[in-house]
Design a protein around this ligand. Structure first.
Ligand SMILES: C[S@@+](CC[C@H](N)C(=O)[O-])C[C@H]1O[C@@H](n2cnc3c(N)ncnc32)[C@H](O)[C@@H]1O
Length: 199
């Protein structure tokens, strides 16, 4: 991820994005839609969490009396992050083409949680990969197995496009860090344009 142009779909509270920022990508854009059923703004909350972590591009520098604070130093060590609105239901072919021209790696963590989002999310992933070609845009998907059937239909619908999907869960599996790990399996997938596959 270091030095790459990274983009996240459904960033939520921003934990994945904050971890990505620490890996010093060339650029990092975190996206989500602008409201949940309670009318809370997901993007506002995301912005707040990034600010708490000193990661907002627009944030003014924090300085102590000497003019250089530890906090500022830490911030310069990390990449800064941008927040953008991307609603999978409203994304157009043109908007996806414009995103794809500025991005190398797309991340999506725990975004397959209800059947209604499967088709629009798959359309966004296909649209980004297709628009980027002949550049190789890589999509990394982390799926928490909440509802096996929903995730299965997501993978099936994803395979209907001209993409190659590789499960890389085992390759990147690390020892559990938290007590609750293991309760839900997390599967990781790497998705690219199928024209990059084969001899
Ligand atoms: C289960 S959360 C995962 C959040 C985050 N990626 C994580 O792993 O903590 C699913 C995310 O998908 C977002 N989402 C749901 N429908 C969406 C849509 N139509 N367009 C964009 N994002 C959407 C939600 O707002 C939420 O942030």
């Amino acid at each position: 991820m270091t030095g790459r142009r990274c983009y996240e779909l459904g960033a939520g509270v921003g934990l994945t994005g904050i971890c990505l920022a620490l890996l010093k990508p060339k650029s990092l854009v975190l996206t989500d839609y602008d409201g949940d059923e309670e009318g809370q703004s997901v993007l506002k909350n995301l912005e707040h969490n990034l600010a708490l972590n000193g990661l907002l591009t627009t944030e003014p520098p924090v300085q102590d009396a000497s003019g250089i604070s530890d906090h500022l130093f830490e911030r310069q060590e990390k990449s800064t992050v941008d927040i953008e609105l991307l609603d999978w239901f409203g994304a157009t072919e043109e908007s996806l083409a414009s995103i794809a021209s500025n991005v190398d790696l797309v991340f999506a963590a725990d975004v397959v949680y209800t059947p209604s989002i499967v088709t629009p999310l798959v359309r966004v992933i296909h649209g980004l990969i297709k628009a980027a070609y002949p550049k190789k845009l890589q999509v990394l998907i982390a799926g928490t197995l909440r509802y096996a059937n929903t995730f299965k239909s997501f993978l099936e619908e994803l395979l209907e496009g001209d993409v190659a999907i590789e499960e890389i869960s085992k390759a990147v599996r690390v020892e559990p860090l938290f007590l609750y790990e293991g309760a839900n399996d997390v599967l990781l997938y790497h998705v690219i344009d199928s024209r990059f596959e084969g001899p």
